[in-house]
Design a protein. Structure first.
Length: 133
């Protein structure tokens, strides 16, 4: 289930929507999204482009980190690719690892429908005092 405020936040992410990322669920410090692999997500080797995987993880990272209501801006992000994906649906699941007054860390795993780990992403945000909603 998606919180109203978080859904409103995600609805402003036109890039993620443009490439086919669908927000499935969010709660405080967590989020989950899906992306059905289409031809435009593939690289020249016929596998999902690293940028598409990063964008999927980054969208979940943004929703999870902004779910407290304070503006959270990425200051670091890293992705590791575990195996290639060519077709089907990818699911990105993110959770908060640590939360402080100014910094917070998140881990996002991208899996294939069958559960195989495709990529793992870690990100850190700077938490501003200003709020979204």
């Amino acid at each position: 289930m998606v919180k109203d405020g978080t859904a409103g936040f995600y609805n402003k992410d036109l890039f993620s929507q443009h490439i086919g990322i669908e927000l499935l669920a969010s709660s405080t410090g967590e989020a989950r999204a899906r992306m059905e692999i289409k031809d435009h997500h593939l690289n020249s080797m016929g596998t999902v482009h690293g940028a598409a995987l990063f964008a999927l993880a980054d969208a979940v990272f943004a929703v999870a980190s902004n779910s407290h209501g304070n503006i959270a801006m990425a200051i670091n992000a890293h992705i590791s690719f575990m195996q290639a994906a060519r077709e089907g649906v990818l699911i990105a699941t993110g959770r908060e690892i640590s939360l402080g007054p100014k910094l917070a860390s998140y881990k996002i795993d991208i899996t294939a429908e069958q559960g195989a780990l495709i990529a793992t992403f870690q990100g850190m945000v700077y938490r501003k005092k200003e709020t979204h909603w």
